[in-house]
Ligand binder design. Structure first.
Ligand code: PMP
Ligand code: GLU
Length: 439
């Protein structure tokens, strides 16, 4: 008998003796695996986190990996933000907090939405979530009616988690492919033809992961004008990269929030977070604003799931939103330099087609001209996934393959340039040399 099985049976026996119930364990053959619900079993794992794990495993083997993998700033959280959390911890902010967050932090967020985004917000419309990802999950749960045939629109290429979360909530994800020739941006006529009577929502993400572009404000307005014509559609606007826009590259480019338009304010949920702009990925701080009736429901859901985030983070949120603009600007300016650097470097890689990034921290080149070739070590390159796998294995450069960013992204790879300039230069040089050897 297998050792662990013996151990399990002997402790089960002991437990049965204590409880005075018959010790009848089913025979080994009758033990069936635990049931896993089909909606979880069929869900894909996060491709970005999977590459992050591959990088960690590869580094643990002692490999010198250059990672363009996770969308995570290489900067540390600004010192003043850390100090606010430490001070709160030391004065004993260690108890449960209100589900949606401490009032002072919710007020700072409401003030930010009102002042910076033009979304008139009261503090009780704000929920502070365990990362923006959790806010997106909750918002989708709240707007989708499973079993009704609901459809949610998703301009693609799009971040890997939207589609699985739309499907988990019970809707069909309808992709609207952005064209490379149009800087990955969708157009109003495309939106018009994607909307039908089953459409209940759209996930809007500008600046975009993985495209590394922001829509110019007039184009967002045009998209919004179309959305305003369809009263059933809720807009989930994920604005987590709003502060990472590079007018140095695209002069005049500014962020625009759909929720600021009176015609859409009553059916827009605006999601944001501190992970990217404040280099706070590990803190897990997201936040959202929603119309009052929806806000109450989201808070109810959060109360049954996670309750509040760690209570001593709330003063740090206030510090981030009210006293950290200079620190954010330093990081933004560096990302702008890196955006230019990586794009120039990528143009020197044979057979690679790129859109110049002007926001967020991603380049998303098309490498499909190299499919159906063989790598120096004999790997057959048939897809973005096999390209990324061989690249990591052979020259220790990590990128995220495009497949899970949407149907139109199968020929692309994503490079996060939230890493040092040296990594960008050396990493792209490794790609260039490797690509030159594909046959
Ligand atoms: N939205 C987008 C577009 C992202 O790239 C990310 C990256 N993590 C998130 C939301 C989630 O961010 P977080 O959960 O760290 O706040
Ligand atoms: N959003 C980041 C990325 O796309 C972090 C990982 C994740 O949550 O997907 O790499």
């Amino acid at each position: 008998m297998h050792g662990s099985r013996m151990l399990a049976e002997s402790s089960a026996l002991q437990c049965c003796v204590e409880l005075a119930i018959p010790a009848t364990l089913p025979p080994m053959s009758a033990v069936s695996p635990m049931h896993i619900s089909s909606r979880i079993a069929s869900m894909s794992e996060s491709a970005t986190l999977a590459v992050g794990a591959k990088v960690a495993a590869s580094r643990a083997k002692g490999r010198d990996v250059i990672a363009f993998a996770m969308g995570e700033p290489d900067f540390d959280t600004p010192a003043n933000i850390k100090a606010a959390a430490i001070a709160a911890l030391e004065r004993g902010m260690t108890k449960y907090a209100p589900t949606a967050g401490e009032k002072s932090a919710r007020e700072a967020i409401a003030e930010k939405f009102s002042r910076e985004n033009g979304i008139a917000t009261k503090f009780d419309q704000v929920t502070i979530t365990a990362g923006a990802k959790h806010g997106i999950y909750m918002a989708l749960q709240a707007i989708i009616e499973p079993g009704r045939g609901d459809e949610v629109l998703l301009p693609t290429p799009a971040w890997v988690s939207y589609k699985p979360l739309i499907e988990l909530a019970g809707a069909k994800c309808v992709e609207i492919p952005g064209a490379v020739g149009n800087g990955f941006r969708i157009t109003r006529p495309q939106l018009q033809s994607a909307v039908n009577a089953k459409t209940v929502g759209i996930v809007w993400n500008s600046p975009s992961n993985p495209c590394g572009i922001a829509y110019p404000a007039p184009e967002v307005r045009e998209i919004c004008e179309e959305l305003a014509r369809h009263e059933r559609i809720t807009i989930l606007s994920d604005e987590i990269y709003e502060k990472l826009i590079y007018p140095e590259i695209a002069p005049g480019l500014t962020h625009f929030s759909p929720g600021s338009l009176p015609a859409l304010a009553h059916r827009t949920i605006t999601i944001n977070g501190l992970s990217k702009s404040y280099a706070m990925t590990g803190w897990r701080v997201g936040y959202l604003t929603a119309p009052s009736a929806m806000a109450k429901e989201l808070i109810k859901l959060q109360g049954q799931m996670t309750n509040s985030i760690p209570s001593f983070f709330y003063p740090a949120i206030v510090e981030a939103l009210t006293a950290s603009a200079a620190g954010v600007e330093v990081m933004r300016a560096r990302f702008a330099v890196r955006a230019k650097l990586i794009h120039e470097a990528l143009t020197s890689v044979a057979g690679v087609r790129s859109v110049a990034p002007n926001a967020a921290f991603y380049a998303f080149p098309d490498v499909s001209s190299h499919f159906h070739k063989t790598s120096p070590s004999g790997a057959r390159i048939t897809s973005a996934q096999s390209f990324a796998d061989a690249l990591l294995e052979e020259v220790h450069v990590a990128v995220v393959p495009g497949e899970d960013f949407g149907g139109c992204a199968h020929g692309n790879i994503r490079l996060s340039f939230a890493c040092s300039e040296e990594s960008i230069t050396n990493g792209v040089a490794r790609i260039r040399d490797w690509v030159a050897q594909l046959r």
